[in-house]
Structures are given as structure tokens and as C-alpha cells.
Design a binder for this molecule. Sequence first.
Ligand SMILES: Cc1ncc(COP(=O)(O)O)c(C=O)c1O
Length: 367
Amino acid sequence: MKRTVLLNPGPVNVSEKVARAQLRGDLCHREEEFALLAQAIRRKLAGVFGVGNEFTPVLISGSGTAALEMAVCSFVSPERKLLVISNGVYGERIARIAEVHGIPRTVMETPWGTPPDLAAVEQALAADPSIEAMALVHHETTTGLLNPLAEASALARRAGKKVLVDAISSLAGDTFDFDTVDLAVGTANKCVQGLPGVSFALVRKDDLPRLEAIPARSLYFNLAAHHRAQESGQTLFTPAVQAHYAFDAALDELAEETVARRIERTRAAALRLRNGFAEMGLSALLPEEWQSNVLTALKLPDGLAYPKLHDRLKAAGFVIYAGQGNLKSHAFRIANIGDIQPAEFDTFLQALGETLAEHSSRSGGRP
Ligand SMILES: Cc1ncc(COP(=O)(O)O)c(C=O)c1O
């Protein structure tokens, strides 16, 4: 099959070793072999990020949102509140999960692509003692904005609040300081370079007694129950066994490359692409200093319809990503994560340049 280079923010291109790992063989999840696999994954996961002493991983089968829902619905004590910082689709998703589970919440919103108003966050934290925890998205994939995690977390910590972070699209792609969080949510199939089907929370061990005391709001997504089962070598429900095989292989590759070098590779790929975008006259949606390593949101050139751009590039072997919501009509996104070679980014830039030049000549010289 012809290779398609995925420039969407996950699922990503994976190495042949990771793809082949799915074929390790049929396995019953109640057998010792699965317990050993799950234990190895949990050990490797905490190990690659160097947080094995303070954090314990909880795996869940499902996409990133499964782990996010498990985390959010298990994190807030009865009668307490969650303060949600929101400036994109995924911040809104945290607030929506809280709503679905009947968790009282205050949502601090700024427009998509705009960093949070930290003074307002500080005020909100001080004004409401019922707030138990703050939640935010590290890398808001809607726009490519890297939220100011250190600053926001410092405010929450000073006010005595717990911190939950959606790091689904940034873990192993952008620098992530675990000291700033009590719970981080991630997934196998983005910068970790595994396959879709398994996601996880990394939970601060000393917060477990608090989480254990929160009555379950969901049968399937109760974090404390999953953790208890996994600690005793069990799994609550039928896991996506083959996705676990691939995750295990991906973690071996990440350990070999190291998280620091993976982040550096992601950064180098973003810079390579951004130089190319600038040369062809494309404008980024965000100022450089707010951008993540993982994804660039770009303004669509005047008169160029996204489906046309997408289809031309897909025919050339590259999948790009549309803008979400209101951004759909005037922006598109290019992620640079996964097992992609520098030469492939160059070939992509060439294909993009040709498509834009063709559009520009048709539209009378406008870029
Ligand atoms: C920051 C962030 N949070 C949550 C999600 C949802 O993940 P999934 O689509 O795997 O459920 C995504 C997906 O791109 C994301 O980027």
C-alpha cells in the first residue's frame, strides 16, 4: 500500500515495528501474559517521563477522550467545584464532561487562540473556596496554542487547588513539567507514536486517597477502580489488546529515542515547516511565541477552498487537517508528529508550494 503521510494531529504514522507489534498473537486479557504486558506498559510509561516515584499510570481502552472523561469525572469531590480554563475545542470538552457528570464548574473562557487571562483566573480561584481543582489543556490542538501551564498551575497551587491537565497532544512533543500537575492525561497515538485504542492518566500517588474517597460517577470511567484493578494485575473490562501491544512497542522506541530527543525532533520538524510556510507567503494564525512544537494553524489564502487544498495534497500523499468550528472557513492545520522523515516534510512543502502557486496564478497573482 502506498504510504500516506499523516499531517493531522493523530493518529500518526507509526514505525513498522509498532505496526507489526499488533500481530504478536491472540491473547486473553484474563491470562497472566496480559497482566505482564499491562504492568510493563505502566512501568515503561512512568519510566520514559521519569516520574515513576511520584506518579502512577492508569490505562484505559479508548481514544484520548476516554482517559479525559475518566480523569475529569473522578477528580472532583462531591459538593466541590472544578475551575476550567478554556480557549478551544478541548477546553470546552473538559467543561462539557464536567457538565455531563453533574460536576459544578466555573469556566474561564478566552477566545480560541488567546491565552488565558491569568489575573482573572487568580481572582476566580481566590473568590470561591468551593473550587477544589483547576483543569486546562496544555496544547490546545484547535489552534496550536501552548497554554501557560507553569503560570496557571502556580496560581492554583498557591490557592491550594489540585491541577488536572489534558496533555493528550503535547506529551513527548512539547516540554511538560510534571511538577506542575496532579494528573496528566495522554494517549498512545499522538507524540508517543503508538496506535489508537489506548489512552491513560498519570496520577500523583499522594492524591490517590482523595480520589479513592470520591463516589463513582461512572461505572466504566471510574479512575480509582481502574487503578486498583491494574495494581493487582487485573483489568476491569476487555481492553484493546492489540493496541496495547503496539503501545508497548512504541514505548520501547520512545525510551530508545528519549523524550528529550523526541521533543527536539518535533521542534525541528515544526521549524522546518514554518520556514517553508513563511517562504511561500502563508501566515500563521498565532504569534510564534504562543505556538507549540506539534502543530501550526495557518490562514487559508484568499479564495482557496479548504477541500480543494486537502484533496490536491491527499492525491500527492499528504493528509492535512481542517480548522475546527468558526476557523473552518479561513484556517487549516498542519501537525508534524509521528514517524515522519525530514525529507518527507520537504516533499510536502514542495507539493504545498505547487498547489498554492497554481491557485495564485488562477486568482491573478494573489498568494
Ligand atoms: C488536546 C486534545 N484533547 C483531547 C483530544 C481528544 O482525543 P481523541 O480524539 O483521541 O478522543 C484531542 C484530539 O486531538 C486533543 O488534541
